[in-house]
Design a protein around this ligand. Sequence first.
Ligand code: ZN
Length: 207
Amino acid sequence: MMLNIRFTLLDSNNFFQQGLLHVLKDFHDSLNECYRLYSPLTPVELKAVENIEIIFRSQEERWGCARCYHSAYQTPHHRQMTVMILDEKECCTLKSPAQFSINREDSVAMVRQKLRLAVEHFGHHPWASLHASGLYYCQRCRIARLSSCEKKVLKLMSTGMSASTIADMLHRSQKTISSHKRSAMRKLNVNKSTELNKMLLSQMGLG
Ligand SMILES: [Zn+2]
């Protein structure tokens, strides 16, 4: 049985991409060789990794996220496995399971080992990949998760209005306005008001 795995690379670093492609081709060949001789997966689990697409993505807005990704191969969502490409400093901040991310500083041996674990993990628990990919949302998808009230409050805030002015305008209490703001910040993944202001200033296309 041949494992037909498709690889998609979403990364702006061409140099890294070339190297990774090389590793992946090699990995695919050796994976098939290894599964032909001895497979740690049962036939049912092997079925789960047949015809999957592994998407490597860096955290750049231009690539979107797993949620808004449309596969060029028409791979359904549950057959996609997202692997984050992380920089050294991002590694400490992202909580995603290690087997679903690689580090730019990783050695070839390390990348291969992580991929093998990831593929096996996917075979055993295909749903785990969906869960891991949900840990990273692009900004567009984060904005899409805002409620209409939250959007309205942010839009008014971006014009420089204070919470009390907005509260008067919308006939709501200041407490309500603040809670909309806090919940929007949580969804947008910003911790400080100053960060939010910067984001509002650079305009996020709130409609
Ligand atoms: Zn997205």
